[in-house]
Design a protein around this ligand. Structure first.
Ligand code: HEM
Ligand SMILES: *[C@@H]1O[C@H](CO)[C@@H](O)[C@H](O)[C@H]1NC(C)=O
Ligand SMILES: *[C@@H]1O[C@H](CO)[C@@H](O)[C@H](O)[C@H]1NC(C)=O
Length: 318
């Protein structure tokens, strides 16, 4: 009798542990029953947006990164400013820089329509759109963990503090990633996100005019569209094949043709140089590690279970 109720108690406790564990962690099958059309719908809208403008794939990848580094992947970056919300869109790394918000709105509209109810979070939309963008530009595919919920707050100060700056050296880059539970390998692999997209002149001016660890013909080439004075928002590609997810970003670092100071820092100062060199020669290794680190980044502090909410409009708290 006693041992049988002890047995039942144990089963009950195990059950509880299982339930708690599953509500606190994400799963790739999260929407299989509540909205099987969610993933194909996101993919369709992302593909159309990328077909219209290849750069949009880069912009959507970056949005997920900038979301995850500020209090976890909770769509806080999507909230517009109100009297209660100090919008992360106004933080230095995002202002006049983060883009793709209208595509996210469109995805949210289409997904809610396809599901017949607002069951998919804006945070999950960002994670899936980032993956689908990488795939659309010829990069690796991975299973996106799902079940994140959306924040009811944003924090501009934290966005300013926690999103790495292009002027950082290797130790500072390592510590911004470490703060998020990401290691040096994650830093190098995820920096490979700069195989797509563009940067504005003011983010690399100092490098192309004043630094010495830069190929001189590359520097003058970039100076042609980024003058010493003015032209702050003129764009340059982050690598020569800015619409293709390849290893050109890494081969360029080896040639001292990294665009941002923070890019070149991965090859100029020791501990990460070997990894840069190996990715430059081995696309499979880069792809595999990038996918793995994207999943890891996507797991930063998600809101799950009853935490947060599923926003009706990604720009506003319900
Ligand atoms: C390691 C630290 C990083 C720094 C310092 C950094 C910095 C920057 C800067 C300054 C820009 C240009 C923004 C502008 O001029 O408006 C940029 C663009 C971009 N970043 Fe990063 N980034 C980092 C890591 C990452 C990571 C981890 C990813 C994604 C996995 C990523 C994806 C992108 C993409 C795709 C773009 C191009 C966006 C577009 O064209 O719209 N970056 N980054
Ligand atoms: C934002 O983050 C900063 C730095 O961690 C913290 O001091 C501040 O209290 C946060 N603000 C809000 C509104 O949560
Ligand atoms: C280059 O460095 C000099 C000396 O530190 C500084 O005065 C100048 O503003 C820098 N130029 C650029 C384009 O950053």
């Amino acid at each position: 009798m006693a041992s049988s109720s002890l047995f039942h108690l144990c089963v009950f406790v195990m059950c509880l542990v299982t339930i708690t564990a599953s509500s606190a962690s994400l799963s790739p099958n999260y929407y299989d029953y509540t909205c099987p059309k969610a993933l194909p719908t996101i993919k369709r809208v992302v593909e159309a947006a990328v077909q219209q403008e290849r750069r949009m794939g880069a912009s959507l990848l970056r949005l997920h990164f900038h979301d995850c580094f500020v209090n976890g992947c909770d769509a806080s970056i999507l909230l517009d400013a109100t009297s209660n919300i100090d919008s992360e869109k106004n933080a230095l790394p995002n202002a006049n820089s983060a883009r793709g918000f209208k595509v996210i709105d469109q995805i949210k509209y289409e997904v809610d329509k396809a599901c017949g109810a607002p069951v998919v979070s804006c945070a999950d939309i960002l994670a899936v759109a980032a993956r689908d963008s990488v795939v659309a530009l010829g990069g690796p595919k991975w299973n996106v963990q799902l079940g994140r919920r959306d924040s009811t707050t944003a924090n501009r100060t934290l966005a300013d503090n926690d999103i790495p700056s292009p002027f950082m050296d290797l130790p500072a880059l390592i510590s911004t990633f470490q703060k998020q539970g990401l290691n040096t390998k994650d830093l190098v692999a995820l920096s490979g996100g700069h195989t797509i997209g563009f940067a504005q002149c003011f983010t690399f001016r100092e490098r192309i005019y004043n630094e010495t660890n830069i190929d001189s013909s590359f520097a003058s080439q970039r100076q042609a569209t980024c003058p010493i004075n003015g032209g702050n928002s003129n764009l340059s590609p982050l690598d020569p094949t800015s619409a293709k997810f390849d290893v050109a970003y890494f081969t360029n670092l080896v040639k001292q043709k990294g665009l941002l100071h923070s890019d070149q820092a991965l090859y100029s100062s020791g501990s990460t140089s070997e990894l840069v060199k190996s990715y430059s020669k081995n696309a499979d290794a880069f792809w595999k590690d990038f996918a793995k680190s994207m999943v890891k980044m996507g797991n930063i502090k998600p809101l799950t279970g009853k935490q947060g909410q599923i926003r009706l409009n990604c720009r506003k708290v319900n």
